[in-house]
Design a protein around this ligand. Sequence first.
Ligand SMILES: *Cc1c(COP(=O)(O)O)cnc(C)c1O
Length: 467
Amino acid sequence: MAIRYISTRGQAPALNFEEVLLAGLASDGGLYVPEQLPTFSEAKIRSFRSLSYPELAFQILEPFVEGSVSADDLKAIIDDTYAQFRHPAVAPLIQLDDNQWVLELFHGPTLAFKDFALQLLGRLLDHVLQRRQQKVVIMGATSGDTGSAAIEGCKRCSNIDIFILYPNGRVSDVQRRQMTTVQGETIHNLAIEGDFDDCQAMVKASFVAEPFLPDGRQLAAVNSINWARIMAQIVYYFYAALLLGAPDRAINFSVPTGNFGDIFAGYLARCMGLPIDQLVIATNKNDVLHRILTSGEYARQQLEKSLSPSMDITVSSNFERLMFDLYDRDAAAIDHLMRDFTAGAIQLSEGAMKQARSLFSSHCVSDDDTAAEIAEVWSRCGYLLDPHSAIGTRAAKACRREASQPMVTLATAHPAKFPEAVLRSGVGTQPELPPHLADLFDREERFVVLPNDLARVQEHMASRLKA
Ligand SMILES: *Cc1c(COP(=O)(O)O)cnc(C)c1O
């Protein structure tokens, strides 16, 4: 039976996989989740042990796409997706000490874990669009990693034009060049004279505004609320746990997180039968998630720039997906809470918080401690962490309950992407970009600078689309 996807706010129609892939956000403002999760028995999970990463991905993802993508097509798409990764293991597991491990998720084209989902998402979208004889326009805002991962994921998709808005002069040189040096008729980089919030506001407004694209072309979203991204991230939890002895042994994970997308995938892996004991939410000083876990209050705070910019957020969008389960899938309750949240802070119920705390631990790591952690792991193991991953290993140490169980930290980015943090740690070495990006600073850049003006941006987009 094909899985149906339902909205956390209960007012939008249920969709199949193909529809949810194209929809992004639900029409009632909610997020789509599977009506029912596939589950795997212990014996079934044991049978996954000898599978390669793409083979495992096929086993885990097939139930989610059934009815929309055939098994053969899915296999081909997955093989092509993970062939883009530059390590034969795709997600190699590295040992730091007796029972601490790092799962390297940065061997994709843009050196951050977002490639796992966006390489797959681009291919799945293009496949579905090809069959429907349809073209879409992806519009997204980025403060760094998402833009380049989305562009890399869509650059060979003939049915997708992609427009990425970023704040002019406010993304790092590496991050900007990873977007602007990708050449292609369908790739459009828009440097907006404003900040990230201005970019995001224009994207949001465009999704609800009157159609402005020629030929009735529709907009599609690739931000982390797209279900397909979450789905792709479930796989590596299984992959790491199997290498460490699951399902015959419980495994723990520590996840540097901002939007709650990555760690929510870990929660789903656990719901699907993977024996995960602890899931550690690791945050930087933008600690909205840590504050929820400790106080039960979900409240925005002023954004603060940190050494781990990809986790600098004030609202954790995917947390709504967990809330839906914490409230026993009572969509009316979530609708009510999220309406209140647009106006201000909300307080989660005792019952919801009790459950949340039984599922997750959390820890907030300052910039000083992030730098200290990079230095400490470097001096103890000769291993260089990026600042996001360092938040993960630091939180893992602070939160772990059972030293005899393996603790796996997800390493979400390559250290060469964040030289500033490495410099601040004082390790005295600078990580180099891997060979495929070694000439990044010699490549030609392509972007246009536009004012912070919605009408001008939309005009530009319409004019750039070929018939
Ligand atoms: C996006 C990102 C994160 C946070 O991921 P979430 O899905 O928001 O939890 C962490 N680290 C890096 C390097 C990222 O690019």
